[in-house]
Every structure is written in structure tokens, then in C-alpha cells.
Design a protein around this ligand. Structure first.
Ligand code: HEM
Ligand code: HEM
Length: 443
């Protein structure tokens, strides 16, 4: 008797200190799904209660605030799923709950027709975003429905990116921009277990931090770690093309090995990569609400920049063709020269806007602009200097000339713009080739 009393006392004390236990909710009208999204970052929890004789649903959604957003959705895939997405409010002291409907494997859109409200217990504390909510019209919507009698109603879950290089999403807007998830998965819920009681009282009084295993719910398949790889490839391909390959083309033409052929090969490679990066950008744009109209600064400037690169390639080709034919500088060459420099600077600006659009931290954007700016500035300075003080580079030119002579054998001596007889300066003036200053000239 005394032992029984002690046991009961211990149980009562432990639930006071620790809150409810997994065992406590076995017989409650609540189904709970619990999973660990990442190493040591805390649990993701979704719990549901449907009061008897009601179409309302009461729910609990919680997860680590290390992720930009946490979400649950109905059904077994994103398409046509009704979702609840939670993220920090603009001050970072509360939570915004956004009801959305997803039409595909793309960013879901806010739906104002869903009547959902947050209840007491909603907030952010100890690194956990918590939402207790009620929805009064979530059992059917224009794209689907919940089967309240189902023993295995399908649901999906997802958590936004958690990378340290991104800023936290903090917004009061119900249609705030989201980045693609870093984790997602599927689970099933027993809706009959979740049914009972009135006004969600049991769910609202449950202490979910102490619930560590699912009850009336189970993971369906494996949790998937995802990444925003299309954005990363888009950014990497374009940045490498604009910041490394394209500026190298100026060096190849002017300094080492001072060869039109190397310049041509290099710039053609850059142009192909920029084409691929641009097409990837167009495809990426279909994935987000902010980009699906193709009218943001990054997209408009990006499209202009990509088109300019193709025009630039053609100008270079046409100028060179005309130059070989007539051995006189052309106006295409002059445009090619100046446009090339403008494009390099322009691309850095477009890249920086792209980064800030993708939630990248300001310190990283500044580092990107500084590194890219320094590389492009050095290359432009070298090539400008080379034009004006060719004598100071003569040791390089002498080496380069030999190589380019071999490489450009098809020019024959008179056409070879890099022969020892002439500087290759056809872009800059309308002076006929014959009157170009010779290397030995004192200018
Ligand atoms: C910006 C927002 C989002 C974007 C751009 C996005 C994009 C995508 C993409 C591209 C896939 C296919 C991945 C692959 O096949 O490798 C996918 C799958 C998936 N996503 Fe999302 N998603 C977003 C938001 C969400 C949200 C809020 C949830 C959870 C409620 C979610 C849950 C899932 C699940 C469960 C899958 C696998 C099932 C399926 O293919 O539909 N997603 N998502
Ligand atoms: C000069 C050409 C361009 C450069 C240098 C560039 C660079 C970038 C960079 C650095 C990012 C950020 C990626 C990250 O966070 O890892 C980005 C994102 C993006 N870019 Fe571009 N881009 C260019 C052209 C374009 C074009 C032509 C389009 C489409 C019309 C486009 C669409 C996008 C989209 C949709 C994103 C993702 C935004 C997000 O994740 O929220 N970009 N771009």
C-alpha cells in the first residue's frame, strides 16, 4: 500500500517536472509524429486532434529554429498538398504561420481561403519554433481532402535550409519567400486515434517537448536530405565563367601567350558555360514565386548580361574575320573591347544581387564582390597597361609571339597580328595595320 502510494507520488512528481511521457498519450485522442531532422538539432513534431462530431482540426507543429522554416503538408507528395509553414516573425520573437497550397515540386503559395489561427503556446523558445493551431476548413479544399476515418492518412513534412551561410528567415508576411528544403519526408497518421474530446483541450495541454516517439503515426520510407543544388550549380558555373574564364581570355590575348586562338577557345568555353548557367537560371525561376514572373532585377539584368555575352562572342568572331580579310581595324573590334570590360563588371553586380536574393549573408556577398572585383580589376589593369606600355611587357610578348606565331600559323606572316613586326592593336583605332607602330618605335 505504502509502496503503491510512493509509486504514484513519483509518477505525479515526474510528470510535473518532465511533463507528459510517451506512455501518457497512448490513450489520448491525439496522433503524434516525431522525427529527428538533423544531428543534435532537436525533434520535429506534428500532432493532430479532431474533436468528436467536428470538422475542425487542432494541431501542434514544432521544430528547431535552426531551420529557416518548418512545415507539414497533407498527402504523399507536394503536388496539391495543403501545407502549414511556420517561420520566425520579423522581430524573431514570435512565429508566423502561413497556410499554403502547393501545385507542384515548387514553392507553395499562400492561400487566404484557409481559415487557420494560432492558439496559446505558439512562439519561439529554447531554439524551438512552436505552433498550436486550429483550422476550421482544412478537411476539404479545392485540390484535395483529409480522410478523417483513415488509419493511415498520408502526410509530408519538410524543413527549410539550415546552412550557416544563409540569413534566418524572419517575416510577418504570409507569403514570405522560402528557400528549398534541406530535409523532407513522408509519414502516415491514424486519424481515428486522433479523434475525440472537445475543443482540442487534450492536445493544447500536452507538453510535446517530452514526447520523443511517435504515437498513432509512423515514418513512411526514409527521410531525405535535400540541397539547393540547381542554385549552387547556377551560381558556380556563372561565377567561374565570369570571374575566372572570361578575364583569363584577356590575359591569353594580350599577355601570355598573346594568342587570338587561345583567346577564342577560352571565350568560347566561357560563352558555352554562361549559356548553360543562364538556361539553368531560367529553369530555376519556375521554382519560386518570386521568380516565376521573370521580372526581378537579378533576372532582367542576368538575361541582358547573358545575351550580351553571345553578342560579344559574335562581335569578336566577326571583327576577327573582317580583320583577316582587310587587315584593318574594325568598329566591331572597338565595341568588342569596351563591351567585354562592361560585361565583366556588370556580371559581378548581377551575381551579388542573386546572392542577396537567395538569403546569403551580407558578409559573404561582400567577400564575393571584393574577390571578384579584385580579380577583374587586376586583369583589366594588366590588359590596359599592356596596351599603353607594351615595352615593359616585351619579355612576355617576345615569348608569347613565338608561341602565337606557331599557334597562328594559318595567318601567315602578313596577317599574323602577333608577329614581331606589329603590335596587335586593331581594336583601338582606325589606323591601317601597315602604319601600326613597330615594337622598336619609341613612343
Ligand atoms: C521553396 C519551397 C519548396 C521548393 C522549391 C521545393 C522543391 C522540391 C523539389 C524540387 C522536390 C523534388 C526533389 C527531388 O526529387 O530530388 C521536392 C520534393 C518534396 N518536397 Fe518540396 N519544395 C518546397 C517546399 C516544401 C514544403 C513546404 C514541404 C513540406 C510541407 C515539402 C515537402 C516535399 C516532399 C515530401 C518531397 C518529396 C515528395 C515529392 O516529390 O513531392 N516541400 N520539393
Ligand atoms: C550574369 C549572369 C548571372 C549570374 C552571375 C548569376 C548569379 C547568381 C548567383 C550568385 C545566385 C545566388 C546563388 C546562391 O545562393 O548560391 C543566383 C541565384 C539565382 N539566379 Fe542567377 N545569375 C545570373 C543570371 C541569371 C538569369 C539569366 C536568371 C533567370 C532569368 C537567373 C535566375 C536565378 C534564380 C532563380 C536564382 C535563385 C534565387 C533563389 O534561390 O532564391 N540568374 N544567380
Amino acid at each position: 500500500m505504502f509502496v503503491n502510494f510512493l509509486g504514484l507520488l513519483c509518477l505525479a512528481l515526474s510528470s510535473l517536472v518532465l511533463g507528459q511521457t510517451n506512455a501518457d498519450i497512448q490513450n489520448d485522442p491525439i496522433s503524434v509524429f516525431v522525427t529527428t531532422p538533423g544531428s543534435g538539432s532537436g525533434n520535429y513534431v506534428f500532432a493532430l486532434n479532431v474533436p468528436s462530431n467536428s470538422e475542425d482540426i487542432y494541431f501542434h507543429l514544432s521544430g528547431p529554429d535552426a531551420y529557416q522554416w518548418i512545415a507539414v503538408g497533407t498527402g504523399s507528395e507536394m503536388k496539391n498538398s495543403l501545407m502549414f509553414i511556420a517561420y520566425l516573425n520579423s522581430t524573431g520573437t514570435g512565429v508566423t504561420l502561413s497556410p499554403r497550397i502547393s501545385t507542384d515540386e515548387t514553392e507553395p503559395s499562400y492561400s487566404s481561403s484557409i481559415n487557420v489561427e494560432t492558439l496559446s503556446g505558439t512562439g519561439v523558445a529554447n531554439g524551438t519554433i512552436t505552433v498550436n493551431g486550429r483550422c476550421t476548413n482544412c478537411t476539404t479544399w479545392n485540390k484535395g481532402s483529409l480522410d478523417l476515418k483513415s488509419m493511415n492518412q498520408a502526410f509530408i513534412y519538410g524543413l527549410g535550409p539550415s546552412s550557416g551561410s544563409l540569413v534566418k528567415l524572419q517575416s510577418n508576411s504570409l507569403s514570405a519567400n522560402l528557400e528549398r528544403h534541406s530535409v523532407y519526408g513522408n509519414f502516415e497518421m491514424n486519424m481515428t486515434k486522433a479523434t475525440g474530446g472537445t475543443n482540442g483541450t487534450t492536445l493544447l495541454s500536452t507538453s510535446f517537448p517530452s514526447i520523443t516517439t511517435s504515437s498513432g503515426a509512423s515514418q513512411d520510407g526514409h527521410q531525405t536530405s535535400d540541397g539547393n543544388w540547381p542554385v549552387i550549380i547556377h551560381a558556380a558555373v556563372l561565377s567561374i565563367a565570369f570571374i575566372i574564364i572570361m578575364p583569363s581570355g584577356a590575359i591569353f590575348l594580350r599577355i601570355i601567350p598573346a594568342s587570338v586562338r587561345w583567346h577564342w577557345v577560352d571565350q568560347s568555353l566561357a560563352t558555352i558555360l554562361i549559356g548553360i548557367g543562364g538556361v539553368l537560371g531560367l529553369w530555376l525561376s519556375t521554382m519560386y514565386n518570386r521568380s516565376s514572373s521573370y521580372n526581378s532585377a537579378h533576372q532582367v539584368l542576368g538575361i541582358i548580361c547573358v545575351i550580351a555575352v553571345f553578342v560579344q562572342w559574335f562581335l569578336g568572331f566577326w571583327h576577327h574575320y573582317q580583320y583577316k580579310k582587310h587587315q584593318t581595324p574594325t568598329k566591331y573590334g572597338a565595341v568588342h573591347l569596351h563591351m567585354g570590360r562592361i560585361i565583366l563588371v556588370f556580371a559581378i553586380v548581377v551575381g551579388a544581387i542573386g546572392l542577396s536574393w537567395s538569403f546569403v549573408k551580407t558578409s559573404i556577398i561582400i567577400a564575393y564582390v571584393v574577390i571578384a572585383g579584385v580579380i577583374v580589376a587586376i586583369v583589366l589593369a594588366l590588359s590596359v597597361l599592356k596596351r599603353h606600355t607594351s615595352a615593359s611587357f616585351s619579355f612576355l610578348q617576345a615569348k608569347g609571339s613565338e608561341r602565337s606565331l606557331n599557334a597562328e600559323g594559318s595567318y601567315e606572316n602578313i596577317e599574323d597580328p602577333f608577329s614581331n613586326r606589329h603590335e596587335y592593336r586593331p581594336y583601338e583605332s582606325n589606323t591601317p595595320l601597315a602604319s601600326y607602330p613597330h615594337r622598336g618605335d619609341s613612343r
